[in-house]
Design a protein around this ligand. Structure first.
Ligand SMILES: Cc1cc2nc3c(=O)[nH]c(=O)nc-3n(C[C@H](O)[C@H](O)[C@H](O)COP(=O)(O)OP(=O)(O)OC[C@H]3O[C@@H](n4cnc5c(N)ncnc54)[C@H](O)[C@@H]3O)c2cc1C
Length: 507
C-alpha cells in the first residue's frame, strides 16, 4: 500500500470518488472511461456495504407500479436489459411465480393486471412473456406450496445478479481505464481551499497511515453513510438520507424451483423466496433503522417475520436453526421523506453542498449505470464516445470486466489446461471472459490447479487471482464477495486454510 499511497499523493485527480459500493464503482468506471483522472477510495472491501446485502435482483420493481412510479419502473426495466446484455455471466433471467390466496391484500386480478402492465412497459426490453396461471398450474409448477385458499397466480420474468461481483467488476473496469482504486482506505476529513473541497485526508486502515488525495471534484457515493459524510463536510448539515433495514435469510436447499413473489398477510409488503446458488434466499424486511450503517444487525423479530410468512405458503418448510446457513442485514439509502418505509421512492438524486462536494442520494442497484451516467454528466457535462445510443436509438453500450463472448466450450478449455470440465465451466460462470486470466495463472504454475473446494469447485489459482487482480485483502473478502462461498454451504477448514495461506504469501 505504501507505493499506492505515494501514487495517490502525487496525482492531481479530476475526480475523487468516496465509497466503493455499486454507485461509487460505476461513477469511477464511467468517469475513467471518459478519460478523467479518477481516484476511488473504499473504507472496507468493495461492495461490503449495501451492495452485497441486496435481494440480488436486477428488476423493474413490480411493486413500484402501485406507487405509480411508472418512469422509475420503465427506466429500471431498460437498465435490466442493458445489464443482461452486458454481463450475462453475472446477470441472468429468472422466472417468478406469484401465488395468490384468499385473504391476500392484493387480489388475483390486481396481480395479473400489474404483471400485464409491467410487461407492457418493458416492451422490447422484456425478458420473456408472462403467463396467467390457474390454481392447478401454480400447483404443477410449485407442488410444495399450500393448496388451501390458493386462487391462481402469474408467471413472469425478471433478472438475478451476483451483486458483490458486479460491483467488483465495475471497480476493476475503472482500474483498467486508469483509475487509482483502493479498498480499506477511509476518507476521514475534507481538505478545503477557500471553502471549496479540494480533496480529502484519507487513512489506510491496514497500515494506519494518513495521506492526502487532491481532486478538482469530490463525489460521495457512500449510500447509508451519506448523513455521516454530510456532517464531516458541514457539522450542522441536514440529514438527506433515510435508512431502512432489510434482512435476508439464506436457507439450505432450494425451497422452490422458481423465484416466488409473495404478498405478506401480516402487512401489505411483498417478499421473495429465491433459488440462490443451490440454496434459497428469503427476504426482505423493510423497517426504519435507528442503528448506524456500521452497527446494523439481524434481529430475531426479522427472522420470525420472514419464517412466519414463508411457512404460510410452504407449510412443510423446515426452517429450523440448522437449516439457516446465513443471515444478513443492509440499510437502504433512500431519499429522506416521510411515509411508511416501503413507500419511500427508490429514485436517485444528487445534492451539491456549498463546498462543491456532490452526494449521491437514493437509487436502487438496478439503476446503477444510469446513476453513474447522470452523475458524471452533471459534474462534467455530457460525455462522448463511450455511452452512445445504438443506431436504432436502443439502450447505450455498456460493459463490465468479464463482458464479451466466450468463444470456446468448457470442455475445450478444460482439455487444453488439464482441468476438469466442471472447473472450467465454473470459471466461465464466475469470471466471464476473464476465466482465461485464471487459466493462464494455472498454466504458468501447475501447483495452482490444486482444488481447494469441491462444491463449488475452486482451484488455488482463483485465490491467487482474488488477491493479485481482484484486490482481496481478508479471508471474508474471498469467502463472501470474490467466490460467494458463504452462500454455498459450510466452508471446510481445508478451504479456509488454503485462503489464509494464499493471503499470507500474496498480500
Ligand atoms: C435489503 C436490501 C435489498 C435490496 N435489494 C435490491 C434489489 O434486489 N435490487 C435492487 O436494484 N436494489 C436493491 N437494493 C438497493 C441497493 O442494494 C442499493 O441501492 C445499492 O446497493 C446502494 O449502493 P451504494 O453504492 O449507494 O451504497 P453501498 O453499497 O452501501 O456503498 C457505500 C460504500 O461507501 C463506503 N464508505 C462509507 N464511508 C466511507 C468513507 N468515509 N470513506 C470511504 N468509504 C466509505 C462504505 O464502506 C460502502 O461500501 C436493496 C437494498 C437493501 C438494503
Amino acid at each position: 500500500m505504501i507505493r499506492d499511497i505515494e501514487r495517490f499523493e502525487r496525482t492531481p485527480y479530476d475526480l475523487l470518488v468516496i465509497g466503493g459500493g455499486i454507485n461509487g464503482a460505476a461513477i469511477a468506471h464511467l468517469a475513467a472511461r471518459r478519460g478523467m483522472k479518477v481516484a476511488l477510495l473504499e473504507k472496507g472491501d468493495f461492495a461490503s456495504g449495501t451492495s452485497s446485502k441486496s435481494t440480488k435482483l436486477i428488476h423493474g420493481g413490480i411493486r413500484y407500479l402501485e406507487n405509480l412510479e411508472i418512469d422509475l419502473v420503465y427506466e429500471s426495466l431498460k437498465e435490466r436489459y442493458i445489464q443482461l446484455e452486458a454481463a450475462p455471466h453475472l446477470v441472468k433471467p429468472l422466472p417468478f411465480v406469484i401465488p395468490v390466496y384468499e385473504g391476500d391484500k392484493r387480489p388475483l386480478w390486481m396481480m395479473q393486471f400489474g404483471v400485464f402492465l409491467y410487461d407492457l412497459l418493458a416492451g422490447r426490453f422484456r425478458v420473456k412473456p408472462r403467463k396467467n396461471l390457474t390454481r392447478d398450474e401454480v400447483l404443477r409448477l410449485e407442488p410444495g406450496i399450500e393448496p388451501q385458499g390458493l386462487k391462481g397466480g402469474v408467471l413472469y420474468y425478471d433478472a438475478q445478479m451476483d451483486d458483490a461481483r458486479l460491483c467488483l467488476e465495475n471497480v476493476l473496469m475503472a482500474a483498467e481505464y486508469g483509475a487509482h482504486v483502493a479498498n480499506y482506505v477511509k476518507a476521514v476529513s475534507f481538505v478545503k481551499e477557500n471553502g471549496r473541497a479540494a480533496g480529502v485526508r484519507a487513512c489506510d486502515l491496514r497500515s494506519i497511515k494518513e495521506f492526502e488525495v487532491r481532486a478538482k471534484r469530490v463525489i460521495c457515493a457512500v449510500g447509508p453513510w451519506t448523513n455521516e459524510l454530510l456532517r464531516l463536510d458541514i457539522p450542522s448539515a441536514k440529514k438527506r438520507v433515510r435508512t431502512t433495514k432489510g434482512v435476508h435469510i439464506v436457507s439450505r436447499g432450494e425451497i422452490s424451483k422458481h423465484a416466488m413473489l409473495i404478498g405478506s398477510q401480516s402487512d401489505r409488503r411483498i417478499f421473495f423466496i429465491i433459488p440462490w446458488m443451490g440454496n434459497s434466499l428469503i427476504g426482505t424486511t423493510d423497517t426504519d433503522s435507528i442503528a448506524g450503517p456500521d452497527d446494523v444487525k439481524v434481529e430475531q423479530k426479522d427472522i420470525d417475520y420472514l419464517m412466519h410468512e414463508s411457512r404460510r405458503v410452504f407449510p412443510s418448510l423446515d426452517l429450523g436453526p440448522e437449516k439457516i446457513m446465513a443471515t444478513f442485514a443492509g440499510l437502504r439509502p433512500l431519499v429522506r421523506k416521510g411515509g411508511s418505509a416501503g413507500k419511500v421512492s427508490r429514485r436517485h438524486l444528487f445534492y451539491e453542498a456549498p463546498s462543491g462536494v456532490i452526494f449521491v442520494v437514493g437509487g436502487k442497484y438496478t439503476t446503477y449505470r444510469k446513476v453513474a451516467e447522470d452523475c458524471v454528466n452533471q459534474v462534467f457535462g455530457k460525455g462522448t464516445g463511450f455511452f452512445f445510443a445504438k443506431k436504432d436509438a436502443g439502450p447505450p453500450c455498456f460493459s463490465v470486466y468479464g463482458s464479451g463472448a466466450i468463444t470456446e466450450s468448457a470442455e475445450a478449455a478444460a482439455a487444453r489446461s488439464g482441468l476438469e470440465t466442471k472447473v472450467a465451466q465454473s470459471l466461465m460462470d464466475l469470471y466471464g471472459t476473464r476465466y482465461k486470466d485464471v487459466l493462464a495463472l494455472a498454466q504458468k504454475d501447475p501447483a495452482l490447479k490444486e482444488k481447494v473446494s469441491e462444491n463449488p469447485p475452486v482451484i488455488k489459482a482463483q485465490l491467487v487471482y482474488s488477491v493479485q487482480t481482484e484486490m482481496a485483502r481478508t479471508v471474508e473478502d474471498i469467502t463472501d464477495r470474490r467466490l460467494s462461498l458463504v452462500f454455498r454451504g459450510p466452508i471446510s477448514a481445508q478451504t479456509l486454510a488454503a485462503i489464509a495461506g494464499v493471503l499470507g504469501t500474496q498480500s
